[in-house]
Structure formats: C-alpha cells, structure tokens
Write a protein that binds this ligand. Structure first.
Ligand code: ATP
Length: 277
C-alpha cells in the first residue's frame, strides 16, 4: 500500500506506507492514582519526526517516561515494531531500541565524554563513529568532563549517546532547554538527518513549537493529559490560534472542540492521525 506521507516542508511525497515503529493505544498514566495522561493514542513511523506539543503540565514528559518504562501505564498498550512492551523494564526497552534523552540530559558531570560511552557499553570506536559523524566537535572533547562542557555540548553528548545505541525510536524531551535558539537551530536538523538517514522514528517534545514543526512531519497536541488535535506539521503550524492556545494551556476553552475536530483528526482510542496499512 502507498500513501501520501507529509514531509517537513509540508509537501506530500508518495512513499510506501511503513507500519508504525512506535504505537500507543488508549494509554493512561497516573501519579499516586491521579491520572495525568488519559486514553492517549499516537504513532510514529520509521524515519518520521513527530512533535508532541502542549502547555506546561500537559503530560508530555509523563508520556515519554511511560514509553521508556520509567513510569508504569495504568491502562492501554505501547508497542515497539508491533511488539507489546508491557512488563519490560526500562533497560529491556533500551535494549530493544528505545533511546530516551530526558530534559536533564541524563549525563554525569564528573565523567568525561569518553567515559559516558564506556558506561553505556559503547567503547568500541565503530559504535561511536556514527555519533561523532553527527557531532564532529564532540570528538575533540573526548577527554573533557561533562560538567565542563557548554550547554550545547552537553546536549550533543546526550544525543550522541542515544545515536550510538542505534535506536529504532528516539524520545527527545525539551532538548532546547537552557540553550540559545541559534544552538537549537543547529541541533534540530541533526535530528531530522538521523531520522531520514537511519530510519529512526523520533518523538520530539519541544517548547520552541515553531522550530519543532520545521523538522517534524506530524504533530500531536496534548492538553491536560488528553490529545486535542493532531495533524501534519504544516496543518498545525498554519493554525496560530490553536498553537498559541495549546502552549498557553487554554486550547479547549479558546478553540472549542468542534473547530478542532473539523480541522484535524482528533485522536481517540483508534485515531493515530495516520491510517493503518
Ligand atoms: P512541561 O512542559 O512543564 O515539562 P509536561 O507536559 O511535560 O510539562 P509533565 O511533566 O508530564 O508535563 O507533568 C504532567 C502533570 O503531572 C503535571 O500536572 C505535573 O505537576 C504532574 N507530575 C509530574 N511529575 C509528578 C510526580 N512525580 N508526582 C506527581 N505529579 C507529577
């Protein structure tokens, strides 16, 4: 089967429709029994960059933590390349191909760049080569302690560690946090290159919505733990009222449900914003 797959530029390219590499269906996640994410359905195909957007507290980080197994889901299903992940530990999910770069970047200030790779079992130069191809500047900093790296270099290290694991799915949480927009503009194309060249499915949480939608193929908008809209990046980017409302946390009040449903496929239990093959 073939289908028009949106490109980040908004143009439609006809390519064979790949099955999602990551699929969430009816996923709910709670802290101390208080539900924070409810009935979430989304999908990411190989090679696709998908933005997960929403206001502070909407549940974006919680969703990524649920996917990587750091939080238990209370109901629903998460599948990696069609295989159910329920019951798999975070380490098992990492081995199966999920790389999660958290917003604190998950690095150790006292360790050097090279020691981070050794810690991950990625000491072999061949494993690091792809990562250093994406970040040549980091190769010159192998002996430097992470605490002495700039914010941008620390983010490069976090991304490089994830890339070196050759993941099927890359979860990126607020990689722009604390970085100048110019640095973010340099990092984001590396993420889209990675998706395009290696077929990695990327789920990107990003506060710089317009930058995220520049490299994303599609996006989902969360509000108060529920999906309120999904669409191609160009559809979402063209609706400034929806975008503004979504990161101010007032999407439903401002937009009303009907207009959002008319414009986009609002995700329900079975609506991924993409059609199944
Ligand atoms: P931000 O953009 O501010 O990072 P977010 O969309 O990533 O927001 P989450 O961090 O997923 O939001 O938080 C969703 C909700 O869950 C928030 O109301 C938050 O206060 C709550 N929350 C997060 N962590 C915990 C926790 N450990 N215990 C209880 N509630 C939590």
């Amino acid at each position: 089967m073939t289908e028009a797959v949106p490109s980040p530029s908004g143009q439609e390219a006809t390519t064979p429709l790949a099955a999602p590499v990551l699929e969430l269906d009816g996923v709910s996640i709670a802290y101390e029994r208080a539900p924070v994410v409810r009935d979430l359905a989304l999908a990411v195909r190989p090679g696709e960059v998908v933005a997960l957007l929403g206001a502070n507290g909407a549940g974006k980080t919680t969703t990524l933590r649920g996917i990587s197994g750091l939080l238990k889901v209370t109901s629903g299903s998460i599948r990696l390349a069609g295989q159910e992940l329920a019951g798999a530990s975070p380490a098992a999910r990492a081995r199966r191909g999920i790389a999660h770069v958290p917003h604190d970047r998950g690095i150790f200030f006292g360790l050097t760049v090279a020691e981070h790779f050794r810690l991950d079992g990625l000491a072999a130069p061949a494993r690091q080569q792809a990562a250093f191809e994406h970040f040549p500047a980091l190769a010159d900093l192998r002996g430097r302690r992470a605490g002495l790296l700039s914010g941008g270099e620390q983010q490069m290290l976090a991304l490089a560690r994830a890339i070196a694991r050759e993941p099927q799915v890359l979860l990126l949480d607020e990689m722009s946090l604390g970085l100048a927009p110019v640095v973010v503009e340099r990092l984001l194309p590396i993420v889209s290159d990675l998706a395009a060249s290696k077929g990695v499915g990327v789920l990107l949480v990003e506060q710089h919505v317009h930058l995220a939608l520049k490299i994303a193929h599609r996006g989902y908008i969360l509000s108060h733990g529920e999906l309120i809209a999904s669409g191609t990046a160009s559809e979402l980017a063209s609706d400034s009222a929806l975008l503004q409302a979504s990161y101010l946390g007032t999407a439903l009040a401002v937009m009303g449900e009907a207009p959002v449903q008319h414009r986009f496929r609002v995700a329900g239990r079975r609506a991924h914003g993409i059609d199944r093959a």
